[in-house]
Design a protein around this ligand. Structure first.
Ligand code: G3H
Length: 487
């Protein structure tokens, strides 16, 4: 709340997914701790955010856009000073490779800069007057109130900031709840928040989500819920609000993005994109390719190329150059993934690559599973880990039906050459998902493009300019034309 409070309460220890050998076997390394705030602490932070917003009369919501931009720029400058610490914490706490951790940090800074540029454009449009049917109208962008911003563990910095920054810059006050994993990196940023924003504008809450968030939502005083994570968690939060119709939600949820490899696809390209698309950061991305439909005529060739590429894939510690597979931060994840493999095996699928699915402390070696059928959990369930289910098809209606019947609707990748076939597929799929990728993997960026989804995948749109709209309301100032010379 604009101050750094000395914490004397309970704290939660944080363990890295990186293991060390001990006489009792491998053990996760302790890397720090964070304050375990309770419901009362959360409510105190909420009171501060509400008082600072002051029903739209506070200093922050009434400040000029230029001044708010100044505060955000000051914050970005302070944040850059902590780059190496934050990058290191990303590596140790969630097992992200050094290259990807640095990319996450730099992408966040670019996101802040791009948001500022987009706001300047939006502000120019908002300052215009339009005269229509005797009314002089000006559409302003006004803040919504108090926003609760919660990011996911796979992009604890970047995805948290994709809601935090637009929420702030549009004049809302914010409650920031870091994810369960990827929490320590917020400690070096606390001073930057304190030194860059007026007191009470950014309120960081450490603690278990199940303790600190229900009372916030139940108070009815949160105006915007910006949450990136699973849909059960989003639903649970939403249900706590006594008047959910008054709550604006911006949600980035689950996905089961498919790739469709057509018979005329460039298989080398398809394999390269599908490897990166399904296995970067161990497949722990909502945008990851989570199921691959391959035309039967090229399935064997595709699997051979895929297995060969997998064998060459780097697996190691986050600081080792060239690795893609690193330790998994979620302690129970390997057990869950093994269950999915067992289920697929029991229904007749096999693991195509040698050693696929083996577990070593928090490492889970990538497994390609074939042939996957609708009877298997892997067909519809979001694995969010290094398992690649492959489904053979003879008619493209098979993947299309799977997409239509899926609970998710984020993205799809199509690999093929014939322009007419691609165009027909695109025309159909744009009504099923929110992004169709041609000869390329699924992904969120570049961040200036809209990022959203259908069905259980998202509510609202995140991206630089869309997010500014998501965290504000268009307010019309309408004046009747009057003749000033008339007595
Ligand atoms: O977890 C979902 C992220 O938004 C994925 O972003 O496609 O840039 O890795 P990315």
């Amino acid at each position: 709340a604009g101050e750094l409070r000395h914490w004397e309460g309970a704290s939660q220890e944080v363990f890295s997914p990186v293991c060390v050998r001990t006489p009792d076997g491998p053990e996760r390394v302790r890397i720090g701790s964070f304050p375990l705030m309770g419901g009362d602490d959360a409510m105190a932070a909420l009171d501060t955010a509400v008082a600072t917003y002051d029903n739209g009369r506070g200093e922050w919501p009434t400040m000029t856009v230029a001044d708010r931009i100044g505060h955000v720029q000051r914050f970005a400058a302070r944040m850059k000073e902590r780059r190496s610490e934050v990058v290191r914490l990303l590596m140790w706490e969630i097992g992200k490779t050094e290259k990807d951790a640095a990319k996450e940090f730099d992408r966040t800074i670019t996101y802040i800069d791009d948001t500022i540029d987009a706001l300047k454009d939006l502000d120019r449009v908002s300052s215009r007057f339009v005269i229509h049917e005797g009314i002089i109208g000006q559409i302003r962008r006004a803040p919504l109130g108090v926003a609760l911003c919660m990011g996911p563990y796979n992009y604890p910095l970047n995805e948290t900031f994709t809601t935090l920054i637009p929420a702030l810059i549009m004049g809302n006050t914010v409650l920031l709840k870091p994810p369960r994993h990827g929490v320590l990196l917020f400690a070096p940023l606390l001073e930057a928040f304190r030194d860059s924003f007026p007191p009470g504008v950014v309120n960081t809450l450490f603690g278990a989500g199940r303790t600190v968030t229900p009372p916030l939502m139940a108070s009815g005083k949160v105006d915007v819920l910006a949450f990136i994570g699973t849909s059960p968690a989003a639903n649970a939060l939403h249900k706590e609000h006594p008047k959910p119709h008054r709550l604006r939600t911006v949600l980035g949820l689950e996905a089961k993005n498919p790739a469709i490899v057509l018979p005329d696809a460039d298989l080398n390209l398809a394999v390269e994109e599908c490897i990166a698309g399904s296995l970067s950061f161990n497949g722990q991305r909502c945008t990851a390719l989570k199921i691959i439909f391959v035309h039967e005529s090229v399935a064997d060739h595709f699997l051979n190329l895929f297995s060969r590429a997998l064998a060459a894939l780097g697996c190691g510690m986050p600081w080792e150059p060239g690795v893609m597979i690193t330790p998994l931060p979620e302690p129970g994840k390997a057990v869950y993934l093994s269950e999915l493999l067992e289920d697929a095996r029991s229904h007749g699928a096999r693991i195509v690559n040698d050693g696929g699915g083996s577990v070593n402390c928090s490492f889970f070696s990538p497994a390609v599973v074939y042939p996957v059928t609708p009877a298997m959990r892997l067909y519809a369930e979001e694995q969010f880990g290094p398992i690649v289910p492959v489904v053979p098809f003879t008619d493209v209606s098979t993947p299309i039906r799977a997409i239509e019947e899926s609970d998710y609707g984020q993205q799809v990748s199509i690999f093929g050459r014939d322009p007419q076939t691609l165009a027909n597929l695109v025309d159909h799929l744009v009504n099923q998902v929110s992004r169709v990728n041609i000869n390329s993997q699924c992904q969120r960026g570049p961040d200036i493009f809209p990022f959203t989804g259908r069905k259980d995948s998202a509510v609202g749109t995140l991206s630089v300019s869309d997010a500014l709209r998501s965290f504000s309301i268009r307010t019309l100032v309408a004046a009747k034309e009057i003749d000033l010379n008339k007595e």
